[in-house]
Structure formats: C-alpha cells, structure tokens
Design a protein around this ligand. Structure first.
Ligand code: PHE
Ligand code: ZN
Length: 878
C-alpha cells in the first residue's frame, strides 16, 4: 500500500513554539542495542505561543519507557504516544520539569541520523531532525536551551566520552563502566547537540585567541591514523586566526574538538564545540592524499569552524532559513580559501562548481528558491541552491553595497542577533541599515528560483564617441513559479581599449563606478568620451550568478583572454569561445558533419603552456575545457550526451594536434622533484602538468598514454598517481587495466583510497562502465552501508559519467534507480541524493527522456517509499 503524502511544511505557516525549553539534562547509558536516554527538560509556556495549548513533542522511531512531570509519573491514559510523537494534553501552565526516558538501538540505526555506531564508536547526527530519534523533544531550531550531558559507557570499549561544551566531571560508574558530564553554556537548538563515545586516537594542540584565552584543540581519529590528522589541525588554527582577523570573531569555549567517523551522510557537521566529520575530510598524509584532498579538508574544517558564529551563536528560526547559516558560511569559507590561496583561481573553481551543480539544479524540475517556501522533506534541501547560490547572493550584496557597508552590516548582525534564531529578513535588514539602501527588491534573490538570463547588446558610435550597453534580463518559469520579476543584478564592467588598458568610465558627464545596477527588465548605459571602439568586459569576477549571452565576438573575447585586467574574465573569455564551438560541434556531430577548430582558440589554450606563464594554477584552469555538463546546459533541450562527448573529444584531439610540441615541452619543463608539499603553488604546478598530459593523451594517443603510464609508475605523491591513473582510465586498453590493478594491489586496505579507485572507474566514459560498476559493487572493498563507498561508485557514475549514465538503452538509469531502491529503507537520505543524477532528465532527447522517466516511474510505484525518495521522485516527475 502506498502511504498518503504527508502535509508539506510551509514558511507562511510558521508559528512560534507554544513551549520553550531553557535547560536540558541528558543522561545516556550506552549500550549497542538498548541505550537508555533520560532527558530532564526545564520547560515553560512561550509568551509568544498559544496559552493553553497541548504539549506536542517530536519523535522518530522512538520507544518510550516513561514520562514524568515535576517528579510524578504520567500513566498511559494521560499520554498520546507513538514512535513519531508524544502529546501531553494538559501540561502545567507555569514552569515545570518534564522527564522522559527512551530506549534506542544504535546498532540498528542504518540511517545515520540520531545515535548510531560507526566502526566501534558511538556518534550522533542531529541536523536537521535527528535529535528526535534520541528523545521526544521540541526538535525545531528556534527552541534554544543550555545542555548538560552525562554519558555512561563501558570503560574498555569507550575510554572516550565526548559531548558539546566542556567536561565538568568524570569518574568510574561500577561494573567496568565510567561516566563523564559535559556542559555547554551557550544556548543552542537540538540540531547542534552531539555525543561521541569510543576508543580513538587524538592529536592535540592549542590556540590563543585574540583576547588571550587558551583553547585546547583536539582532533580524534582511529588509532594509527594520527599522522593523517595534522593537516586538519593546522587548518583549525588557521581558521580560528582568520575569523578573528577577517570578521573579528573569537572562539568561545575552552576546547574545540573534531572527530572523524567513517560512516557519515554528509561532509561534516558543526555541532557546538564538537564538530563531527566524514573521515574523508579529515585524513590526509602525503602518501594518501591528493592536492584536492588537502584543499577540501582545509575548506571544510574552516566551514564547520566558521559555523560557530554563523550557525551556532546565531542560528536559524526555522529550516526555511537554512541559507542564513549555510550560504553565509560558504561565503566565509570561500573568502578564507581566497585569502590563503589564489583568489582568482578560487573564484574560477567556485563558479565552475556553481554552474555545474546549481545552474543545473535551477534549470530542471528540482529548482527551488535559495529560501524555499514549501518542503516535504527538509533533508532534500541541503542543495547547491541553498549553499552555493546562497553564498553568491551574499557575495553579490557585498559587491553591490561595497566592502565597508558590508563589513559594518556583518558587525551589526553579530552584535544585534547573538544568541538568537533568525530569519533572512533580519539578516538583510542589517545591510539595509548600514548601506542606506532599500533592499526590498533584493529579497527576490531569496524568494525566486531560476537563473536569470542576461542578454547584452553593445554599439559603438565612432562619431559621437559613445558606447552603448543594452541589457535585458529574463528568468524562466520554475516549478510553482510561473511568473518571474526582475532581480537586482550588479554588473561589474570594464571597457578595454585597443592597447589592453581599461578606459575611463564616463556616464552622464561624470566618472562612474564599475558596478552597474540592472534592476529593470531592460537597462541602457551610455558611456561617453570613448575615444576608440572598446571591448566590453562584462560581469567581471562573475559579479552576479546569471547566464550571460552577449554579442561580444569570438575575436574580441580572445583579445580579452590576453589583455583583460580581470583574471576571471581572461579565463571566462576562453571558456566562452570554446563553449560556442562545442555547442556548434555537438550539433554538427548529430548531422554527421565536422566543425573546424578556430586556430585562435587553440592559440589561446596553448598560451596556458607558454614558458612565460607564471601562474600555473590559473593556466591549468584556462587549459581545462568546459565540461560535458556545461555543454549540455548550454544546449538546454533535446540533448544527446554522446554527441557532446564526441564533440569535446574531437576538440581535445584537435588541440593535441595543433599544440603537440608545446604540450610535450610543457610536460617536460614542469617535471619536478623534492619533497611533496600541498601548498597552492605546488598544487597549481602539478595541475598544469596534468592538464598537458590529459591533452597529450587525447584520442588515446600512444605517446601520451606512455607518458601517463610512466608518471603513474614513478609517482611520488598521490596527486600524480591518481591523476595519471585517471588519464589512463579514459582510454580502453592494457595501460588502463595495468594501472587500475596496480592501484588496487597497493591500496586495497585503505577505504578512502579505494574510493578514488571506484570513482575513476565509475566515471570513465567507456561502454563497459555499467558492467564494471555492477562488478565493483560485488567487490569486497564495496559496502552499501557506507555512504562514502556508495557515493564514490554509484554517485560518481550517476553524476559524473554523462554518456554511460545516459545510455540510450536505459541501463544506466536502471542501475542508479536500483541502488536508490535498495537504499530507500536503510538510508533514505543517501538514496535521495543519488537520484540527483536525474535532475536534468527532461532536457534529454526523446528516447533517453523516455527511459529516464520509466526508471523514475518505477521508483514512484514502489511500496514503502521513504519521504526522502518520494519527495525527489515526485518533484522530478512533476
Ligand atoms: N550543516 C552541515 C554543514 O554544512 C551539513 C549537514 C547537514 C551535515 C545535515 C549533516 C546533516 O556544515
Ligand atoms: Zn554548513
């Protein structure tokens, strides 16, 4: 039987809680299958709530043992209890203490929400609604309480007993058991609660805050992995320092802890004082981690640490406001990385990522606003739109109101709202105040889904010496939002003269700032005193998350590629020219025609390998062509992934043919030795060398493959080893098999390294991919219970292998849908995430579209569909 759709949650129906909880005392008696949790809650009616309302507490798969109010046990008749809720019809009208005892089974918890076991440890995950799997509670972010947590467990199995805040007491508890009591003085919502118990190794250090307070830093990992926690520790110290310098934010407890666990649904979690991490984002050593791993760890450690102020000290009123903490914290971690590494390169990477994930989401059936107005399952809203577009909106705000008003607004926000659960309106009001601007229209960025498309047409009048820039913006309809209104788009612009220098911007007889506001459907800007025809450099530094269609010619773009003072647009210019070519070439492939490659495009790409090029990381970005996903999005409808792949492959081969000497020379020149260092400059150097190798091996060129094989065998660091294996894996043949077998032989014991091996095979665009993935699912290194394994194999196949996932015979769809069906009951969150692979299915050509739909309809008809999977399938099909 199919369960009825439960009622959705709507922002417009928000009401304050009828009760508040000031203090929470938790007492955990740990046991693998029967952990007892006693919760004593100091409660009172909320003056802002409904006087006389019943007390309704949230639960999820809970087993109630007992309930008492002010020490008096309630009998069954006074209660309305189910695994999903506990209702007390007539609670006291003043303050009271509610004591609830529940029993939970951590071993059986395969969803990894609430209290569960990972390897031999106990750990918790409570965001968004996991706390209700531990005890009945007002499990909503606007109920803030001070927590005291007593944990009791076996001393041998769990020498370590951790929770939020600081430890205030510990000792033996008899029969080989011991206990610890933790107290967190900062009021927090239940989703920030955490507990970890187990036998782990630790790396310790300290940090002295700007006001001179000493903070103990601890990173917990499995025994024997301590040497892989040093980079995470360095990243914590760097993050703490940066938040003091950049935002004036100081850490506020005597201890800050990070725990790495192997079973985790997401990347990491910002629980107050006790961040819990997916071990993939903690563990790194030169022997086991790539440059990308080092960079990710640094960024995610920073992200979770920054949540201490943007998330923990100031939290969200309700889950619709998720971007209040996530968009802002992503913005902050992006800034941190920009300051530590290369700002332009970070910007390029972030924009690539935004387009690949968020633009794709915004263009399909799962599109939703940065602040959704309705949801069925909140777990499905931890999305690129909430995170990455949420961060873009803040970056854009900073561009629009200027650095000083932005910083003042942040200070005001921290000052005014510390200790509160807030809304986007309260956040934006701070910037309206410090900038003096009306931000009413600005709110559309939060409420309107879809990527605005901006068309720019330009005209130079040589007689009048004027240059006119006309813009038009449209946002296409998205689910539930048929009509769109114009948004406030800041366009940072430059006019580049024939000598490559920026020309002065004169508008209305006066010098103009480079940030122009496009707030209407159309805008016209006329620049004066323009002595010669300029080349416009539009949306410098990607000043707004829009899709740009301009009449700037390829020739002018390639001029910008060589001259623009804005590095982002130097990169973008090459990308745009390449993308125009690839779209045309993909269409030509379908008609059996060929499209010649413009030699000037090859030349622009070739410049990345020029011996004069100093910034390798930037050059590597220039040399990396638009992805197949980028091309598909540009085509937008009737998409044929095979034609796209073929067009891109042809371009790579043409580039190889034209640039062979320069590529070989660069590959040789960029060879290096000496000890491994993951710093940005060294990583950039390696990435440029790999970009050369990738082009040299285009079309399975024998010489290129031989070079890749040599690099694979002689690699002295994991980046070279993985990246050379990846290059080899794109081309069927003996080299590919040799490298893959060698890698498994060397690293078969290390699950995180086997994840790389899974991912590379799952994303190889070869016809045997489905068979391979099926074979690998049966291999001993694979484990359906571990989200990292599932994502590396099935997730990578679905989202990173466009030709094979979208096989015309539908086998790719069936594979991913089949795994999602299997995970539907054991881990619905991971199942739902896998289905993200279907977010662009409607853009496909009719045969594939039909097959994708069949796979989705098959899932929709399954019995016992979890709310997570049902929500995605229903929206994908709507
Ligand atoms: N709040 C976490 C972060 O972005 C993400 C997360 C969400 C983790 C839900 C677990 C569960 O930092
Ligand atoms: Zn976050």
């Amino acid at each position: 039987m199919r369960a009825e759709d439960p009622r959705p949650v709507r922002l417009s129906e928000y009401r304050p809680s009828d009760f508040l909880i000031d203090e929470v005392h938790l007492d955990f008696r740990l046991d693998p299958n029967a952990t007892q949790v006693t919760a004593r809650l100091r409660m009172r009616p909320n003056p802002a709530g409904d006087a006389g309302a019943a007390l309704k507490l949230d639960g999820d798969e809970l087993k109630l043992v007992s309930v008492a109010i002010d020490g008096a046990k309630l009998d069954a008749e006074a209660l309305d209890v189910s695994p999903e809720s506990l209702v007390i019809a007539n609670p006291p009208r003043g303050a009271f203490e509610l004591e609830i005892v529940t029993e939970i089974d951590p071993e059986a918890n395969t969803r990894l929400m609430g209290l569960y076991r990972s390897n031999r440890s106990y750990c918790t995950q409570c965001e968004a609604e996991g706390f209700r799997r531990i005890t009945y509670f007002l499990d909503r972010p606007d109920v803030l309480a001070v927590y005291t947590t007593r944990i009791e467990g076996p001393a041998d199995e769990c020498p370590l007993l951790l929770s939020n805040g600081e430890m205030i007491e510990n000792g033996p508890a008899g029969e080989g058991r011991h206990y610890a009591v933790w107290r967190d003085p900062w009021p927090k919502p239940s989703y920030l609660f955490a507990l970890v118990a187990g036998d782990l190794g630790v790396v310790e250090d300290r940090f002295v805050t700007m006001s001179g307070r000493d903070v103990a830093l601890k990173v917990f990992v499995e025994h024997g992995q301590e040497h892989r926690a040093l980079h995470a520790m360095e990243s914590i110290k760097a993050s703490m320092k940066w938040d003091e310098e950049a935002f004036g934010r100081e850490y506020d407890l005597g201890v800050f802890m990070v725990v790495a666990v192997s079973h985790f649904n997401m990347g990491a979690m910002e629980n107050k004082g006790l961040n819990v991490f997916n071990d993939k984002y903690v563990l790194a050593s030169p022997e086991t981690a790539t440059d990308g791993d080092y960079a990710n760890i640094e960024a995610i450690i920073a992200h979770e640490y920054f949540h201490n102020w943007t998330g923990d000290r100031i939290t969200c009123r309700d889950w619709f406001q998720l971007c209040l903490k996530e968009g802002l914290t992503v913005f902050r971690d992006q800034e941190f990385t920009s300051d530590r590494r290369s700002r332009p390169v970070k910007r390029i990477q972030d924009v690539r990522n935004l387009r690949a994930l968020q633009f794709a989401e915004d263009a399909g059936p799962l599109a939703h606003p940065v602040r959704p107005q309705i949801y069925h399952e909140i777990n499905n809203f931890y999305t690129p739109t909430v995170y990455e577009k949420g961060a873009e909106v803040i970056r854009m705000l900073k561009t629009w109101i200027g650095e000083d008003a932005f910083r003042a607004g942040m200070d005001l926000y921290f000052d005014r709202h510390d200790g509160q659960a807030c809304t986007i309106e309260q956040f934006v009001a701070c910037f309206a105040e410090t900038s003096g601007r009306d931000l009413t229209q600005w709110m559309r960025w939060y409420d309107q889904a879809g990527t605005p498309e901006v068309t720019v047409r330009t005209a130079y009048d040589a007689d009048a010496k004027t240059f006119a820039v006309e813009t038009q913006q449209i946002t296409r309809p998205t689910p539930g939002q048929p009509e769109k209104r114009p948004v406030v788009i800041p366009m940072t612009l430059g006019l580049v003269g024939p000598d490559g220098a920026d020309m002065p911007l004169i508008v209305g007889g006066a010098p103009a700032e480079p940030v122009f506001t496009l707030a209407e459907e159309t805008t016209r800007i006329v620049f004066e005193n323009v002595a010669e025809r300029p080349v416009p450099s539009l949306f410098r530094n990607f000043s707004a998350p829009v899709k740009l269609d301009s009449d700037v010619s390829d020739e002018d773009l390639l001029f910008l590629a060589g001259h623009d003072s804005d590095p982002f647009n130097r990169w973008q210019a090459v990308q745009t020219v390449a993308l125009r070519h690839l779209v045309a070439a993909a269409a030509a492939v379908r008609e059996g025609r060929e499209t010649p490659v413009d030699p000037r495009l090859a030349e622009a790409v070739g410049r990345a390998f020029d011996p004069e090029e100093r910034d390798c990381a930037f050059a590597a970005q220039v040399a990396s062509l638009p992805s197949e996903g980028d091309i598909a999005r540009e085509i937008a409808q009737d998409v044929d992934p095979d034609a796209i792949h073929r067009a891109r492959d042809d371009l790579k081969r043409a580039l190889r043919a034209r640039l062979a000497d320069a590529l070989s020379a660069a590959y040789a020149r960029l060879a290096y030795d000496g000890p491994y260092s993951p710093d940005a400059a060294s990583a950039g150097h390696r990435s440029l060398r790999i970009a050369a190798l990738d082009l040299l091996a285009a079309g399975g060129d024998a010489e290129g493959l031989a070079l890749a094989m040599t690099l694979y065998k002689s690699a002295e660091n994991m980046t070279d080893r993985v990246m050379s294996m990846q290059v080899l894996s794109l081309h069927a043949g003996a080299e590919r098999e040799e490298a893959l077998a060698d890698f498994a032989g060397r690293y078969g014991h290390d699950p995180l390294l086997m994840d790389k091996w899974f991912l590379i095979q799952a994303s190889a665009p070869l016809p045997d991919a489905v068979d391979r993935v099926e074979g690998l699912m049966a291999s001993p290194a694979f484990d359906m219970r571990n989200p990292n394994r599932v994502r590396s194999l099935i997730g990578a196949f679905g989202s990173g292998n466009p030709t094979q996932f979208n096989r015309p015979d539908g086998r790719g769809y069936a594979l991913v849908a089949g795994v999602a069906a299997e995970l539907n009951s054991t881990n619905p969150q991971v199942a739902a995430r896998l289905l993200g692979a279907f977010r662009t299915w409607r853009a496909l050509e009719p045969n594939r579209r039909g097959r994708a739909e069949t796979a989705l309809r098959g899932l929709a008809g399954m019995p016992n569909l979890s709310p997570d999977v049902r929500d995605i399938v229903r929206r994908a099909l709507s």
